[in-house]
Design a protein around this ligand. Structure first.
Ligand code: COA
Length: 201
């Protein structure tokens, strides 16, 4: 796993540590109405201790390569997070989620962070399929997926329960050969994967 990945001159990704619990809880606590709209877990995050315990267990799972929770740090501040919240090492696939504090929206931070982590997942880890699932009405989240070239595979009907309703989720996969067609190396820690004869460099 990386200790830090540069996104741009002012932004980097760093896997969360237990010591980040205060900053991460603070971000959620200060952005509840913004986040609650789309994220069912927000109301269950009630204390720094919860976040600490979450980071501790996700670090252990990260060591086992079953997930990866990463902070998006912009000009020294925690602006948001991005994760492979589920990694299936046998099938070499993972699901991506992202969150930004409301005031950091609109600058391309998540699109750029996602591009960086997706490249890492395909080229360094050796994943074959990455998936973004966005609520059908979550236009900002869908725009991130579409800006990155993820395409719609289908709709998972009423897959997510948000407060008092079920919402449809749009499934956006990206496959390694598709991503590599535009960039990249061909081998990750899970081993060599087939190439699509894409451009290398
Ligand atoms: C989903 C979420 C992370 C998207 O945030 P966002 O700010 O719209 O996404 P980005 O950081 O990629 O920024 C894109 C915006 O920056 C602009 N931008 C500026 N520079 C850019 C660049 N270099 N690259 C891409 N976009 C850029 C884009 O035009 C776009 O502008 P718009 O808001 O006018 O459309 C945010 O809305 C959020 O946290 N929502 C709540 C949680 C959530 O829904 N998570 C997703 C669950 S699946």
């Amino acid at each position: 796993m990386f200790s830090q990945l540069a996104v741009d001159e002012h932004t980097h990704l760093r896997p969360f540590e237990v010591a980040d619990a205060e900053a991460a809880f603070g971000l959620v606590d200060a952005n509840r109405p913004h986040l609650r709209r789309w994220l069912p877990w927000v109301d269950t995050a009630t204390s720094v201790e919860d976040t600490r315990a979450f980071f501790k267990s996700s670090q252990e799972q990260g060591d086992a390569r079953t997930n990866l929770y990463v902070g998006i740090w912009h000009r020294g501040e925690l602006a948001g997070s991005i994760s492979f919240y589920w990694i299936d090492t046998h099938n070499r696939c993972a699901a991506i989620a992202y969150v930004l504090a409301e005031r950091f929206q609109g600058r391309g931070l998540v699109t750029k962070a996602c591009r960086t982590l997706v490249s890492y997942g395909f080229t360094e880890v050796g994943l074959n399929r990455l998936e973004i699932r966005a609520a059908a009405e979550n236009t900002r989240s869908r725009a991130v997926a579409e800006r990155l070239g993820f395409t719609v595979e289908g709709i998972a009907r009423q897959e997510q329960r948000l407060q008092d309703r079920y919402v449809d989720m749009v499934v956006y996969p990206m496959l390694a050969p598709e991503w590599r067609a535009a960039s990249g190396r061909t081998e990750g820690v899970l081993g060599r994967v087939e190439t699509a004869g894409g451009k290398h460099g």
